[in-house]
Design a protein around this ligand. Structure first.
Ligand code: NAP
Length: 306
């Protein structure tokens, strides 16, 4: 039987460990502070931001949600970020992506002071990651590293294959696995013989955004499989096919009109792996926990040097 890598358990442990650090800062100086900038009315972004603000409240982190109108210009947004950069009680700044099309996202990400970058996306912090120096790390891959460590999954000397080369998941994931001494291969849409490359993996990370794309033939028996994908299925026949008629999933679909599936075929993952992250409940819960970890670490750094 494969081990289920339970993300909620890891999240709770991370948050429990952060709590005394937050309490100590609050008691001696001030609580850590996070500013979240949300622009537009994307329903997904609104849910993410609500969850981030709630996580702050639960942990005792001060948070501020800024919701400028969708018509805001790049210059106005840069000025808003400039103000947040100057405010001493704000340790972390997060600009919820995606931004409206007329805004230059790259300039916005670069405008956040690197020492207040809660997401780890600023080029300076990407450089720190490459150089393996302490700094904010991209939350989703950092959470996956925490998960692998806490389930005592060995990494050094093993073959790791990452499917996906995005700036927020694939690339930083590969770099973190490299720093943990895995032999790392990064795959993407132009990779030749994707199943064959993936079958080499002792640790396979799928971050491609393709529902149940990774099937039996991609997974070496006994591999550890980390499924980052979050894909919404809104067709009943798809749910029936992918979940092999699983009555519980169909009941969820009938109630909600959709269900989530990862990038890995859930049946193949459970059958062939030695350990895997379920969707939902695997990687998902870790991202916000690592956002909290980045924010607390930034506050500790700011307050040490204030
Ligand atoms: P992204 O920016 O769209 O990148 C997808 C990557 O997958 C690209 O590098 C792309 O290759 C590659 N890819 C797409 N189709 C492929 C194929 N058929 N064969 C091989 N490679 C393929 O996506 P992302 O932001 O990294 O997110 C990936 C998934 O993770 C999404 O489902 C997203 O919702 C999920 N996610 C989950 C969390 C969480 O907290 N659980 C956080 C972030 C993201 P090219 O570069 O060649 O186009």
């Amino acid at each position: 039987m494969a081990t289920i890598l339970d993300g909620s358990w890891v999240r709770d442990r991370i948050l429990t460990e952060l709590k005394p650090r937050v309490q100590s800062l609050a008691a001696t100086q001030r609580p850590p502070g996070l500013a979240v900038v949300l622009i537009g009315d994307d329903p997904g972004s609104q849910i993410y931001v609500r969850n981030k603000v709630k996580a702050c409240a639960d942990l005792g982190v001060y948070s501020e949600k800024l919701t400028p109108p969708a018509s805001i210009s790049t210059a106005e947004l840069l000025s808003l970020i400039g103000e947040l950069n100057q405010r001493p009680e704000i340790d972390g700044i997060l600009v919820q992506m995606p931004l409206p099309k007329h805004i230059d996202s790259r300039r916005v990400l670069e405008a956040v002071d690197a020492t207040k970058d809660a997401d780890g996306f600023h080029p300076t912090n990407v450089g720190h990651l490459v150089a393996n120096r302490p700094a904010s790390r991209a939350c989703t891959p950092a959470g996956i590293m925490e998960m692998l460590a806490r389930f005592e999954i060995p990494i050094a000397g093993r073959e790791a294959v990452v499917i996906g080369r995005s700036d927020i998941v694939g690339k930083p994931m590969a770099m973190m696995l490299l720093h943990a001494h895995a032999t790392v291969t990064i795959c993407h849409s132009k990779t030749a013989d994707l199943p064959g490359v993936c079958r080499r993996a002792d640790i396979l990370v799928a971050a491609m955004g393709r529902a149940a794309f990774v099937t039996d033939e991609f997974i070496k028996p006994g591999a550890v499989v980390v499924d980052v994908g979050m894909n919404r299925l809104d067709r009943r026949d798809e749910v029936e096919r992918i979940f092999r008629g699983d009555a519980a999933k169909l009941a969820v679909f009938d109630k909600r009109g959709s269900v989530l599936v990862g990038d890995v075929d859930p049946h193949a993952m459970a059958e062939r792996s030695s350990a895997y992250t379920p969707v939902p409940g695997g990687v998902g819960p870790l991202t916000i926990a690592m956002l909290m970890a980045n924010t607390v670490a930034l506050a500790e750094r700011h307050l040490r040097t204030d």
